[in-house]
Design a binder for this molecule. Structure first.
Ligand code: ADP
Ligand code: MG
Length: 716
């Protein structure tokens, strides 16, 4: 893996290291660097999260709950108490015939001493309804002297994303210094407003870079706060375009770099592939055939394939992967197939063994639980080339796993792997200088414009057709209040010999960094509670439980029992999302469905409808259901097509769940938002084409500005 810093352009001031600013010692510089802030330019692009309007005072009488405001008044009364925890309440009066309560839970003695009746305070915060009218919890405030005439601010106050170890006021001062170094427009604007062949780009209608940065860091009093909050201000759009462009260009560049590398051409007679196809109990769908042909063509060339296959749950990606594998094996090379979970990897192993071993192909298994002698033996087979196809989990990517001649890497559900892991596997190619071909598969289709941005480093194919004979899963959304009816329904289904899933979800709010703070332990507890309840309510029904905290072997045992029909009802967390194939299961209940992403719900639902019986999926929600949530659940009721769901999902909610930063090579955006700015993408792509053709240097500088300095970005 390489981490690149593109040649830093000597922009006046922009490339200046932060240590050159006043007040930045080694310690502070290090803390800023940990957040990716290395140069003055990085601070220009450290944009405010929101703004506080301290340019005016609001009379207490006019305060509105939920609307941030600044007030000035005199302390009327102070109450210090203790109810469950220490409490300080300060009543403020500004002569507008209303009282505001300031409430503190954390405070120091010195603070208490400041608040004496009669003292003047100016404070800022968001009022909320309290016991006695409005109150502000932990306002920011300052004590004003008797005669002080303190001027109001003359621009909106930016609130910046926090940098650990650097206080907000220090950060603000540093950004202020950085802005004072902003060069003039001619130097700052990297993008030509017009390019040969086109009279004007979209940029001509937007403010220039300098204006945009100043508008965002120091918005004037009359700035359109609503547009700023929505992210649709022209200054934001100007920066978003450049940022999207930078990411797109960077992926395109990676792709070009990739094409310079050489790979083994796997052109051959395709005899093994034909034999595999003849042995299958089904004919390939048109889509499978088309995608396999694309892959065969890629593999026949001496430059490494970089292909993503998107295909809905059940569209039959595995057999396409197996066919691709035979092409490498036919040329005497090895294939690695990695899946994100042991369950899924085991299923691939079973499929590949069933399909490939009759052709005389040796399939090895390498997962975390393969240890001791078995592991040593597997490693030896992989190293000697005896094992022609190696199936496994992350364990495949570890150091110490050496291949004899790895020519094709297949990664399933690639969004569950980090980009680094995928690269680690690629780096296991032969020492001969060839790199392996890469085939990545995902069951989470994404809309085309997004794919062009997020996967600009990959060729994308779609298996957009399901094998014949599948009956659509009937989907309904039902209030959690009707849970007792569902319990009856399960009783009925199980009495008829059918099987069911009950999916428990416990969704936590993402933590401050936006990472989902999934707590496996709490998830497991929720599932355990449901398991106990249902076991009790459904005597005679054999209930099983799987969750992420169980040992892999325990999970396997339960899954196997369910698959073999020894269990009727499986209570599970979302661990069953991938990897389970039980055709006799025809009923699924999903709890808290309104809080799951559409893509994830669609994946879950794909666990039923795999057999001959008509299947149903019941989405339980906690009432009241918001308008938006209802619309989202309606999408699932109305369609079973993953591509349509993806488009709707983007429209209704945004790409967050479609495109975690892990799913793509994209680093987190600073300002752009793929959902909000999806409309800009066609222009961004056009701009990228023109820049690459006519101003490649400018393209380099754009990438350097937005991505170059960030070590968090790994080149693929
Ligand atoms: P996914 O794309 O979700 O990984 P799988 O590869 O697991 O789908 O395939 C789902 C099921 O469909 C498997 O049982 C597989 O054997 C079967 N299958 C694949 N292709 C076809 C086909 N062309 N016709 C009928 N069944 C197929
Ligand atoms: Mg699959």
């Amino acid at each position: 893996m390489r981490t690149k810093r593109h040649g830093a352009p000597s922009l006046a001031g922009g490339a200046t290291p932060l240590a050159a600013l006043r007040g930045v010692g080694a310690g502070t510089a290090e803390k800023l660097a940990a957040r990716g802030l290395v140069t003055v330019q990085d601070l220009w692009l450290h944009l405010p999260l929101r703004y506080e309007d301290r340019t005016r005072l609001t009379p207490i009488r006019d305060l509105q709950a939920g609307v941030p405001a600044q007030v000035e008044g005199t302390v009327e009364a102070v109450e210090r108490g203790f109810r469950y925890r220490p409490l300080l309440r300060v009543a403020l009066d500004d002569g507008s015939h209303a009282t505001l309560v300031l409430r503190f839970f954390h405070f120091r003695a010195a603070q208490v001493a400041q608040f004496r009746p009669g003292v003047r305070l100016r404070c800022f915060g968001t009022p909320r309804p309290g016991q006695h009218g409005l109150e502000i919890v932990h306002p920011s405030y300052r004590v004003l002297g008797d005669a002080d005439e303190v001027a109001l601010g003359d621009s909106l106050d930016p609130v910046y994303p926090a940098v650990e170890g650097v206080g907000p006021s220090t950060l603000k001062k540093l950004i202020g210094q950085a802005l004072d170094l902003l060069p003039d427009t001619a130097v700052l604007d990297l993008l030509p407003v017009s390019l040969p062949g086109v009279s004007e780009t979209v940029l001509a209608t937007l403010p220039d870079m300098r204006e945009s940065l100043l508008a965002l860091h120091r918005p004037p009093v009359d700035a359109d706060l609503a547009a700023l909050a929505a992210g649709t201000h022209p200054a934001q759009r100007r920066l978003a375009i450049e940022e999207l462009l930078a990411h797109h260009l960077s992926l395109r560049r990676q792709r070009l770099a990739q094409q310079q590398l050489s790979a083994r051409s796997l052109a051959g007679t395709g005899t093994l592939a034909s034999r595999l196809r003849q042995g299958l109990p089904f004919a390939l769908t048109g889509a499978q055939q088309r995608v396999f042909e694309q892959i065969s063509q890629d593999l026949a060339t001496p430059s490494p394939m970089q292909r993503l296959v998107q295909g809905d749950v059940g569209s039959g990606k595995t057999v396409v992967a197996a066919l691709a594998a035979t092409l490498a094996v036919e040329r005497g090379c090895q294939v690695a197939l990695a899946a994100p979970t042991e369950l899924l990897a085991e299923q691939h192993l079973a499929n590949l063994r069933a399909w490939l071993e009759p052709l005389g192909i040796r399939v090895a298994w390498l997962a975390g639980k393969v240890t001791g002698k078995a592991r040593a033996a597997a490693l030896a087979d992989v190293a000697s080339g005896q094992a022609q196809v190696v199936v496994g989990t992350h364990a495949l990517m570890q150091e110490g796993v050496a291949f004899h001649d790895l020519a094709l890497v297949i990664v399933d559900e690639q969004h569950r792997f980090g980009v680094q892991q995928r690269l680690a596997l690629r780096d296991k190619g032969p020492a001969s200088g060839h790199v392996p071909h890469q085939l990545v598969m995902t069951a989470t289709p994404i809309p085309r414009t997004l794919a062009m941005t997020a996967y600009a480093d990959l060729d994308v194919s779609a298996i957009d057709e399901l094998p014949p004979g599948r009956t659509p899963v009937q989907t309904v959304a039902v209030s959690a209040e009707r849970r007792p009816e569902l319990v009856e329904r399960i009783r009925g289904a199980c009495a008829e010999g059918r099987q069911a899933y009950w999916v428990c979800t416990l969704i936590e709010e993402p933590d401050d960094d936006g990472k989902p703070g999934q707590d496996l332990r709490q998830q497991a507890q929720a599932a355990e509670r449901t398991f106990a309840q249902l076991s009790q309510q459904l005597p005679g029904v054999r209930v099983g439980l799987v969750h992420g905290r169980m040992k892999a072997s325990e999970k396997q045992a339960v899954m196997r029992a369910f698959k073999e029909g020894a269990l009727d009802l499986l209570v599970a967390t979302t661990v069953i999302e991938v990897g389970v194939d039980v055709p006799n299961a025809s009923l699924m209940i999903v709890e808290n469905a309104e809080r799951l992403g559409l893509a994830q719900l669609h994946q879950l639902r794909g666990r039923v409808g795999r057999g001959a019986a008509a299947s149903s999926c019941v989405l339980l929600y906690q009432p009241p259901l918001s308008q938006m949530a209802r619309q989202r659940l309606d999408v699932l009721r109305q369609t079973g097509d993953g591509f349509v769901i993806a488009e709707k999902d983007l429209e209704l909610r945004g790409p967050g769940e479609l495109l975690g930063t892990r799913q793509t090579g994209l680093a987190a955006f600073r300002i752009a938002d793929l959902a909000r700015d999806a409309g800009l993408l066609p222009q961004v792509h056009a701009l990228a084409d023109r820049l690459l053709a006519h101003a490649p240097d400018a393209a380099d500088r754009v990438v350097a500005r937005w991505i170059g300095g960030a070590t968090r970005y790994a080149a693929a």
